[in-house]
Design a protein around this ligand. Structure first.
Ligand code: SF4
Ligand code: SF4
Length: 605
């Protein structure tokens, strides 16, 4: 039975995977891709489709699991965000050479802007480097349709195919036709062929030659040829676009009357670009404008540079999102017509901050108090916001808090009075990329303190489970992996647990850990308290401590500057702090923050 549903772009992708018989789907959470796997897990639970759906410990592992399923002949998929693809780039490059049997779709969601990422990188360039085709959807509906197309290309040419939605596609909603999900069990059937699946360098050379042939064939594949959106128009000028920019360009050209004047092409497959399209473009048009996010992937493949305008000659901005108002200006300039200038109202921004009652805030406060002159290496997660509290000095990529701590230690170790180094990393990030770095730090006897901020979930991307949670993507029970045991297994001899809400005890433990590390090597503290917004987590069992502000408060603002709980508000007229009852989670930690003891536990509440 077919039904229409208002779907998020990521739900539409999950629907497309399910409808097209995906039997193994894996992911590591990362915005804007995080909702794909939960939507697929819901479909599995609703329909009973015999698929394996799982969160993996990181993107490389996720990729390798899904890829192995594809070489048994099953259809599979792996999803991640663009920086996650960096982690999975090692198997990606090899998988392109060896190819697939069952269709294999790699969904890498890009974040132009960037709204919640370290970089704006364009996954289409990674596809180009790996030499695999990439599809660029302009909407949730097209993203769903492209999953079918991706499986078609993947199985026709035996090659992994990338689907590259961007934030606006992933997180917009559209009324979409949901089709039936096939329930028949597909059978895995691995045919041993070491020259392909375990190819040595001699065979890899042959595989590379085969891959080049496949790419030439894909560049002529009719189903992914660019679409001419106004074939009736004859013009010496042409606009070429792809992805969500295609949706904006269509709208802008329709609204400004340029749709009847300038040729418009939508590229569905930015790499490899269709050979005939490239020829036609230069044969029929004098002037070509390319509008794409984020890097000039289409533009670079158009060899006749003097006819092409885009990012490479500065006509189109090379950084940031391309929003409709900017696209209108660019196309107006290209067409040589006056277009109305659209100015959106300035909305005052709000600095991102940790939630009221977030246990990480307490951990950072304790670190600053215990090691005020330390170097603080940070990592990727909500707790990156520890930089607002002056407790994060560096953020590079997943797991780098530990390796950068080692780098600082080695850089300073021969100087008199080397600084103490305190690294912070979340529980999920520790499993993702922290363990190898910790092993290295133990081997090299790096003198530093690692604080694992364990809130029992992957909070920043929507509370996905960690290996310590004991729960799977579909709600099933799984084996747990104990962080303390892993840390000790890595060879760390000082490993203690503390509750960050017990601020004084944690501060004391941190001082002890620093003393230990100076003399002996790595010391680890697991600062454990559940995330407050994790509905399935243990937060609901936490005791409430309501706080009252007494007359001892003189409005010095220390708690606001150094602790920054959004529930603490300094009102100019009252001359003292007040607590916003709508925001306060009654964690009670601020009681231990005020140096004048003006905040006390409110009895008889
Ligand atoms: S509660 Fe304490 S730290 Fe905060 S403004 Fe009042 S006196 Fe200062
Ligand atoms: S008790 Fe204090 S620290 Fe906790 S949320 Fe309320 S105001 Fe913030």
């Amino acid at each position: 039975m077919k039904t229409r549903k208002l779907m998020l772009g990521n739900e539409a992708i999950a629907q497309g995977l399910a409808e097209n018989g995906c039997r193994v789907a894996t992911s590591y959470p990362g915005t804007p891709a995080s909702e794909i796997l939960p939507a697929l897990a819901d479909l599995k639970n609703e329909t009973g489709v015999p698929a394996h759906v799982q969160w993996a410990v990181n993107e490389k592992v996720a990729f390798e699991i899904a890829y192995a399923a594809s070489i048994t002949g099953l259809r599979s998929a792996v999803s991640m965000k663009q920086v996650g693809l960096n982690v999975a780039s090692d198997p990606l490059m090899s998988a392109a050479y060896m190819g697939t049997r069952g269709g294999f779709v790699i969904i890498s969601a890009d974040d132009p802007g960037p709204h919640s990422s370290q970089t704006e990188q364009d996954s289409r360039l990674m596809a180009m480097m790996a030499k695999i085709p990439v599809l660029d959807p302009d909407s949730p509906a097209q993203a769903k349709d492209m999953t079918a197309l991706a499986y078609d290309i993947s199985e026709t040419f035996q090659i992994p195919v990338m689907l590259r939605p961007t934030t606006r596609v992933c997180h917009s909603r559209q009324d979409i036709q949901a089709g039936p999900v096939p329930l028949a069990d597909a059978k895995a059937d691995f045919k041993k062929d070491p020259t392909r699946w375990a190819a040595t360098p001699k065979f890899r050379y042959q595989l590379h030659k085969q891959l080049e042939t496949k790419l030439n064939d894909i560049a002529e594949f009719e189903k992914t040829a660019p679409v001419r959106l106004n074939p009736e128009v004859v013009s010496s000028k042409a606009v070429v676009t792809s992805g969500v920019c295609a949706a904006y360009v269509r709208e802008v050209m329709q609204d400004s009357g340029l749709m009847e004047k300038i040729s418009l092409y939508q590229v569905l497959q930015p790499y490899p670009l269709h050979l005939r399209f490239m020829e036609e473009l230069v044969q029929h048009h004098e002037d070509v404008l390319v509008i794409e996010e984020t890097d000039p992937v289409i533009e670079m493949q158009l060899a006749d540079r003097h006819r092409v305008k885009g990012k490479l000659n500065g006509v189109v901005p090379g950084v940031g999102e391309l929003l409709p108002e900017r696209i209108l200006e660019i196309i107006g300039g290209f067409a040589g017509v006056e277009v109305p200038s659209v100015r959106l109202p300035d909305v005052p921004g709000r600095r991102p901050t940790l939630c009221a009652g977030c246990p990480h805030r307490a951990s950072f406060f304790a670190i600053k108090r215990a090691v005020p002159k330390g170097i603080y290496t940070g990592d990727i997660g909500c707790y990156t916001l520890g930089l607002n509290l002056g407790a994060v000095d560096t953020v590079l990529c997943m797991g780098a808090a530990i390796s950068q701590a080692a780098g600082f230690y080695h850089a300073y170790k021969d100087q008199p009075d080397p600084p103490d180094v305190v690294a912070t990393i979340g529980d999920s990030t520790f499993f993702h990329a922290g363990i190898p770095a910790l092993v290295d730090a133990v081997v090299q006897n790096v003198r530093f303190v690692l604080v694992i901020l364990d809130n029992s979930t992957t909070a920043m991307t929507g509370n996905q489970p960690t290996p310590a949670s004991g729960i799977g993507a579909c709600g099933e029970s799984l084996t747990t992996v104990d962080i303390d045991a892993v840390v000790r297994g890595c060879g760390v001899r000082f490993c203690r647990e503390a509750d960050p809400y017990q601020l004084d005890a944690l501060t004391g433990l941190l001082k002890e850990a620093v003393s230990y590390a100076r003399e002996n090597g790595p010391a680890v503290i697991i600062s454990k308290h559940p995330c407050l917004i994790h509905r399935r987590g243990a937060a609901r069992d936490v005791v409430s401590v309501p706080v009252a502000v007494t007359d001892a408060c003189d409005g010095c603002g220390y708690c606001i500057r150094h602790f920054e709980c959004p529930a603490l508000v300094l009102k100019g007229d009252s001359g003292r702090v007040t607590i916003d009852p709508m925001a306060c989670s009654q964690c009670g930690v601020c009681i231990h923050v005020c140096p004048k003891h003006a905040l006390i536990e409110q009895k008889n509440n």
